[in-house]
Design a protein around this ligand. Structure first.
Ligand SMILES: C[S@@+](CC[C@H](N)C(=O)[O-])C[C@H]1O[C@@H](n2cnc3c(N)ncnc32)[C@H](O)[C@@H]1O
Length: 285
C-alpha cells in the first residue's frame, strides 16, 4: 500500500478482513458471492467451458476464492490456463492456499497483493481481470482500475461488482442506524460498500481508467439464513458492520442490533431469500 493512500475504515484494512474467525465465518468455497462471480464470467467469457488454451485469469481482492474456484471449473478443458488469486489479507490467501493444497488443485495460485498496486505483475498478461465486491473498498480506486487495465492484454475483459443502495443489508443497516443517529446520510458506507452505487459514476470511473465498451449490468441474488439471529451473527463477523458499530456509543450497540432484528422480522419474513441487487461493470481493454 502506498503511503499516500489513507485508509480510514476497518473494511479498508487487511487486518479488518483478516481476522481468522471472520475468514471462517464469512467465506467458504461456496460463499454466496460465487453467484455474482458466475455472472461476471458469463458477461465477459460468454461460456462456462473455456477450451481455448493459455487463458489467464486474475481475481483481485479474491477473499477465499469465490470467483477463483468457480473459474477453475471453467478452465478444466483448457490447456495451460491459469488463475491468479490476490488479496491484501494474508489470512484470506492462507485459507485459499490451504484449499489448493488439500484439493491438490493445479493451475491456480494465491498471492498476497494490494489490488491498487500490483507491481509484481507484468503489463498485458491477463485475458480476464475480476474483482467481486473487492475494488469497492479501495481508498484509491482510480489507481486500482488503472492497474486492472495495465495487467490486461489488449482486448482483454474485466468485470467488477458493486453493491446498490437498495440491496437488503444496506437497507437494514441504514434503517437501524437512522433510528439511533437520526441522519441516515452519516452511515459510513459511502466510500466503501456504496462507493460505486451510482452507475454513471461507475461507468465513468472505468472509462477514465481506459476501458472501452463499458456496460453496467444489474443482477440480483439472495443471501440465505435460517433465522434473523443467524443474519445478525453473520454480519457481526464482518468489518462492514464493525465500521458502523464504531460510529455508535457502546450503550447503543445492543439497540442497533435490536433494530436490525425487528426490521428483518417485519420486512424479510423469509430469511432464506434476502434479495441483494448489485451492479456489474464490464469493460474491454
Ligand atoms: C467482501 S470481501 C469479497 C471477497 C471475494 N471477492 C468474494 O466475492 O467472496 C472483500 C475482500 O476484499 C479484500 N480487499 C479489500 N481491499 C483490498 C485491497 N486494497 N487490495 C486487495 N484486497 C483487498 C479484502 O481482504 C476481502 O477479502
Amino acid at each position: 500500500m502506498s503511503n499516500s493512500v489513507k485508509q480510514t475504515k476497518i473494511d479498508q484494512t487487511a487486518e479488518g478482513w483478516g481476522n481468522c474467525n471472520r475468514v471462517r465465518a464469512t467465506f467458504s468455497k461456496n460463499v454466496y458471492t460465487a453467484q455474482y462471480a458466475n455472472d461476471c464470467m458469463d458477461l465477459t467469457m460468454g461460456t462456462r467451458d473455456i477450451r481455448d488454451p493459455n487463458i489467464k485469469i486474475l481475481d483481485v481482492a479474491a477473499g477465499t476464492g469465490a470467483l477463483s474456484f468457480v473459474a477453475l471449473d471453467r478452465i478444466q478443458n483448457s490447456n495451460n490456463s491459469f488463475i491468479l488469486a490476490t488479496d491484501f489479507s494474508e489470512k484470506m490467501i492462507a485459507y485459499m492456499n490451504n484449499v489448493i493444497k488439500q484439493e491438490k488443485y493445479k493451475n491456480i495460485e494465491a498471492k498476497v497483493m494490494d489490488g491498487q498496486c500490483m507491481s509484481e505483475i507484468q503489463d498485458n498478461l491477463f485475458n480476464y481481470v475480476y474483482s467481486v465486491f473487492g475494488a469497492i473498498y479501495f481508498p484509491d480506486r482510480a489507481k486500482g482500475f488503472r492497474e486492472f487495465y495495465r495487467v490486461l492484454k489488449a482486448n482483454g475483459k474485466m468485470a467488477v461488482t458493486a453493491w446498490r443502495v437498495d440491496t437488503s443489508f444496506v437497507k437494514i443497516f441504514t434503517y437501524a442506524f437512522k433510528q439511533l443517529v437520526g441522519d441516515e446520510s452519516l452511515i459510513p458506507l459511502k466510500n466503501t460498500v456504496l462507493s460505486l452505487s451510482d452507475k454513471h459514476v461507475f461507468k465513468s470511473e472505468l472509462e477514465q481508467a481506459g476501458f472501452r465498451d463499458v456496460e453496467i449490468h444489474s443482477v440480483t441474488h439472495y443471501m440465505s439464513f435460517p433465522t434473523v439471529q443467524a443474519f445478525l451473527a453473520h454480519w457481526q463477523q464482518n468489518p462492514v458492520y464493525e465500521d458502523i458499530i464504531a460510529f455508535l456509543t457502546p450503550a447503543r450497540k445492543q439497540e442497533f442490533d435490536n433494530h436490525i432484528l425487528a426490521y428483518l422480522a417485519a420486512n424479510y419474513p423469509d430469511t432464506t431469500k434476502i434479495p441483494c441487487p448489485c451492479y456489474i461493470g464490464v469493460g474491454t481493454k
